[in-house]
Design a protein around this ligand. Structure first.
Ligand SMILES: Nc1ncnc2c1ncn2[C@@H]1O[C@H](COP(=O)(O)OP(=O)(O)OP(=O)(O)O)[C@@H](O)[C@H]1O
Ligand SMILES: [Mg+2]
Length: 571
């Protein structure tokens, strides 16, 4: 063993760089954060060869005092905190005074900066060369060239130029999404890749994620004391095969936090089943003193002082946002909710709401009046006019045609009602006129005996009828029809997999989803106009009625304008 000796400064920085500077994108993140901390309103990024050859970030921020320039590149030197107290309530992105020093230890860094108090800019380069006068209108430019030029081992871990560029682009998108008030541009190998003007949040979302995302998303804006959650959460119709559109921020900082990700997943569990991933851009804001950002080298993980409280808050805020019923009452007239309006295509929305179309209103109400022989109120989902192939309800409303998947819609209504009932205690049950004798496996018998309590809590009264027979005497009153045998078998197989002795809410809801799926009108089933209208009215009053339990949409609007377009009317 050799003797203990202190490490040289450069090596210390290179070790630190191992954590902070993983790839060009991590350098870019640090530089953009510094620009934002300096109050920049315009940030221009130039990359060459995926950022390995050059990363240049120019901003119009406050600039650096000439005397401080060498310190900016020194380790443990920062303008952002001065005490432990500051650290514990830090609101800037930076606070360690380490990023530039780490970068400068593995690349050639040049810094140009000018504050308003000085007639011209100054420049410092790596390696402690003295500062020189330079030309710059305002703000700061940081150039990082030849990343890992002196640490070839790390260079080997870099991926292709296009991959490294894609990571840089992702970093820029993350920052830009959080700061629509700042203009960004991005060039790669001298070609413009992005140009983002300052905008409001909605515009910035469309610029970065496309027009589809906000159309299929619910606004989130919930405040509870010092906690707030804002942003957009996409409905299941816009779910993704991967987690590529999940943007979560804590006090403006993009994070990959397990606790928050869990709260979000739980909130979606009720509407999004299977292997799909939700898309969202959500911003949690809280007192900086209530969150520790000094736990991860890249600051992408955080620790909350009251993690349970934060989890609950995010879960409930998002659950509520996703659950908004189809319509909100405004004044004496039911109307589409804001997010629902966005769900309609811009054309149909304008046609049907901004420019009222009397012909539609009069006609659809006349038809409904005749069907009932009494006056009727306008309704958001309108009145049924027919059923298609025993599967779909056709209705007309103010905007045009409504198409409803009757199974999906009924399933969601049943599910929500069952959940409400079960939450309040065992649901009302209905005794079957003739008890159903159901052939099952021996394993099912064992499950039914083990799980008798769980079954009773869900509203099923089951006893053993023979070695391979169960007798079902009562079911939840909401379901007194349908194939109770298939339903019971499905329930038992789920209960066998996840014994309900420790039923938690999420699992109970999954069982209820199974119950609802089996209890809802299945396959072809003809419905009368009053039955269909009753379903439409229930949909309007049910939380989350826009999607079935599997995340499929339950209804669609086809506007008169869209139908007109089909026939090239008015062209
Ligand atoms: N674009 C910029 N505009 C103005 N000042 C800057 C800029 N970039 C860096 N600085 C100054 O240089 C200092 C060092 O930057 P550096 O990124 O190394 O550390 P930090 O931001 O303070 O902390 P962290 O290591 O957590 O990022 C900053 O504290 C800031 O004063
Ligand atoms: Mg910094």
């Amino acid at each position: 063993m050799s003797r203990i000796h202190p490490l040289p400064d450069l090596l210390i920085s290179q070790i630190a760089a191992g954590e902070v500077v993983e790839r060009p994108a991590s350098v870019l993140k640090e530089l953009i954060e510094n620009s934002l901390d300096a109050g920049a309103t315009k940030i221009d990024v130039q990359l060459e060869e995926g950022g390995v050859r050059l990363i240049r970030v120019a901003d119009d921020g406050s600039g650096i005092e000439p005397d401080d320039l060498p310190l900016a590149l020194a380790r443990h030197a920062t303008s952002k905190i001065a005490s432990l107290d500051d650290l514990e309530r830090v609101a800037s992105y930076g606070f360690r005074g380490e990023a530039l020093a780490s970068v400068a230890s593995v690349a050639r860094v040049t810094l140009f900066s000018r504050t308003t108090a000085h007639p011209h800019a100054w420049k410092v380069s790596h390696g402690g060369t003295p500062r020189e006068p330079a030309a710059l209108e305002r703000g700061t430019v940081v150039e990082v060239a030849d990343l890992y030029f002196n640490t070839p081992a790390r260079r080997k871990f870099l991926k292709s130029e296009s991959t490294e560029f894609a990571h840089c682009d992702e970093v820029l998108q993350r920052m830009a999404l959080a700061r629509p008030d700042v203009a960004f541009s991005l060039m790669h190998n001298r070609a413009v890749k992005r140009r983002l003007a300052t905008a409001d949040f909605g515009r910035r979302v469309r610029d970065l994620l496309g027009d589809e995302f906000p159309v299929h998303a619910r606004d989130v804006a919930v405040q509870a004391g010092p906690l707030s959650l804002t942003g957009l959460a996409a409905l299941p119709a816009y779910s993704r095969a991967s987690r590529d559109e999940q943007y979560l921020y804590v006090n403006g900082r993009f994070v990959r936090d397990k606790l928050l990700a869990h709260a979000v997943r739980e909130a979606y569990a009720d509407v999004l089943h299977g292997t799909r991933h939700p898309a969202y851009a959500l911003f949690l804001t809280l007192d900086p003193a209530a969150v520790d950002v000094n736990v991860h080298p890249a600051k992408t993980e955080v620790r909350f002082r009251d993690s349970r409280g934060v989890h609950q808050f995010v879960f409930h805020a998002l659950t509520r946002a996703l659950a908004q019923p189809v319509v909100q009452e405004t004044g004496d007239r039911p109307r589409f909710s804001e997010s629902q309006k966005r769900g309609l295509s811009p054309v149909s929305f304008q046609q049907s709401f901004a420019v009222e179309e009397p012909r539609a209103t009069a006609a659809y109400l006349d038809f409904a009046r005749q069907a009932y022989a009494e006056p009727v109120m306008p309704q958001p989902l309108g009145y049924a006019i027919a059923q298609l192939h025993g599967l779909y309800i056709l209705a007309q409303n103010e905007a045009g045609l409504i198409l409803v998947d009757q199974h999906a819609a009924h399933e969601r209504i049943l599910y929500e009602r069952l959940k409400n009932q079960v939450e309040a205690g065992p649901p009302p049950t209905q005794a079957l006129l003739v008890p159903a004798v159901i052939e099952v496996s021996e394993k099912d018998i064992a499950t039914a005996e083990d799980q008798a309590e769980a079954l009773a809590a869900l509203g099923f009264e089951v006893s053993t009828g023979g070695p391979r027979q169960l007798t079902l005497r009562a079911v939840p009153a909401l379901l007194a029809c349908g194939d109770v045998g298939a339903l019971l078998r499905a329930l038992l197989s789920e209960l066998a997999e996840h014994p309900a002795s420790r039923v938690v809410e999420a699992q109970r809801n999954e069982l209820l989803a199974t119950v609802a799926c089996h209890g809802a009108v299945r396959g072809k089933r003809s419905l009368s106009l009053p039955e269909m209208n009753a379903l439409l009215r229930e949909m309007e009053a049910t939380d989350r009625a826009d999607q079935c339990n599997h995340g499929r949409p339950t209804w669609r609007q086809v506007s008169l304008a869209e139908i007109d377009a089909l026939f090239m009317r008015g062209k």
